[in-house]
Ligand binder design. Structure first.
Ligand code: NAD
Ligand code: DAU
Length: 353
């Protein structure tokens, strides 16, 4: 038995692959294009593990995906591959359209052909699990209830619009062709191997480097944070017991304004690695120009996951964020390797002025 994971060298995908192989002997074919966000160092511990087969490639490459499917015959496909950074989608949406929409379409086409050729139990137990985001639901007002699975899609950024399109394609392949799909829509993740372009790892990295901690606008935008390993356990549970054709919202019931998150990070760093000059890290906070079209609030109602699949997150924000800061302090070599030329170029473009 084997599963195929796309985007398994990225932040969530690599955490998923590591957790999967820590708990199961079922092998993983890891298919990733290795864009700037893909990093095989995340998977260094699996270097000599025959259960992990890495293949570099694009989900939009129908021929290559078809060949892989026929060669490895996975019983399930988990689609993590995507362009994932909202700010990058604002600077240049093209890659988001290509991977998130066209790529998902081509992947679905290859999977449809493969699944169509399966017989009996192999066909009926096959699953295509599509990993998506809460951003497809748009932005909440302060007093709105959190997003449930029946909320209307109202994506506001090129990123969320491209993810919404991919979700619709996945849904259509179930309704039209009967492909056995599952879709998960998750809130903001944080934890190990998070690329330091995103708020939490960026703030930890900049704080330690003595650089400004950039807060967009007034810093009162709210995100609902989930420790990445809880996202992984939720996906495993959906794969195991989710009902075909259903959507599952995954979240940690941890709504926090950005400024509070940054203050928390600063306080933990003050405790674990105080600045040499005795000043608090929060003195590095700098308010910068807001993100265009910035969604004000996301929040996930994860009660369907709890009621129907018995899933709950293991970490609170307080335990997860402390583990995360400690992980970054213990893995400064990983961060140093990432802050390569391409990464520096991005930081210059986004924050340079
Ligand atoms: P990431 O950017 O860290 O990783 C994406 C991975 O996909 C990278 O390894 C990259 O090389 C690979 N990839 C990109 N284009 C590809 C292509 N055309 N073919 C094959 N591989 C390709 O992203 P992430 O944060 O790990 O997110 C993973 C998935 O989870 C995405 O679909 C994202 O939309 C979704 N998601 C993310 C979050 C979050 O907070 N990070 C929350 C909810 C949902
Ligand atoms: O909600 C799920 C989504 O969470 C995922 O689908 C995306 O792939 C993932 O990147 C994330 O999107 P966000 O835009 O919410 O994450 P980001 O870390 O980029 O920003 C979090 C918040 O912090 C957001 O309100 C913008 C703000 N921010 C971000 C950066 C990078 C700042 O204030 N300053 C910054 O420098």
């Amino acid at each position: 038995m084997t599963i195929l994971v796309t985007g398994g060298a990225g932040f969530i995908g690599s955490n998923f692959v590591l957790d999967w192989l820590a708990q199961s002997d079922e092998s993983v074919v890891n298919f990733d294009k290795l864009t700037y966000a893909g990093n095989l160092q995340n998977l260094a511990s699996l270097q000599d593990d025959p259960r992990h087969i890495f293949i570099k490639g694009d989900i939009g490459d129908f021929d290559l995906v078809s060949r892989l499917l026929n060669e490895h015959k996975p019983r399930a496909i988990l689609n993590f591959a995507a362009e994932s950074h909202v700010d990058r989608s604002i600077h240049g949406p093209e890659d988001f359209i290509q991977t998130n929409i066209v790529g998902t379409f081509r992947l679905l086409e290859a999977v449809r052909a493969y699944w169509g050729g399966l017989q009996g139990e192999a066909k009926s137990s096959f699953r295509f699990l599509h990993v998506s985001t809460d951003e497809v639901y748009g932005s909440l007002e302060m007093n709105d209830p959190p997003f449930s699975e029946t909320n209307r899609y109202e994506p506001n950024s090129p990123y969320s619009a491209s993810k919404a399109s991919s979700d619709h394609l996945v849904r259509a392949y179930h309704h039209t062709y009967g492909l056995p799909v599952l879709t998960t829509n998750c809130s903001n993740n944080y934890g190990p191997y998070h690329f330091p372009e995103k708020l939490i790892p960026l703030v930890i990295h900049n704080a330690l480097a003595g650089k400004p901690l950039p807060i967009y606008g007034d810093g009162q935008q709210i995100r609902d944070w989930l420790y990445v390993k809880d996202h992984c356990s939720a996906i495993r549970r959906v794969l195991e017991a989710g009902k075909v054709g259903e959507v599952y919202n995954i979240g940690g019931w941890n709504e926090k304004p950005n400024l509070d998150v940054v203050h928390t990070l600063c306080a933990i760093l003050d405790e674990l690695k105080p600045r040499q000059d005795g000043q608090p890290y929060k003195s590095q906070i700098t308010f910068v120009q807001d993100r265009p079209g910035h969604d004000r609030r996301y929040a996930i109602d994860a009660s369907k996951m709890e009621k129907e699949l018995g899933w709950k997150p293991a970490e609170t924000f307080e335990t997860g964020i402390r583990k995360t800061v400690q992980w970054y302090l213990d893995h400064q070599d990983w961060v140093k390797n990432i802050t390569s030329g391409a990464y520096r170029e991005w930081v210059e473009r986004q924050y340079g002025a």
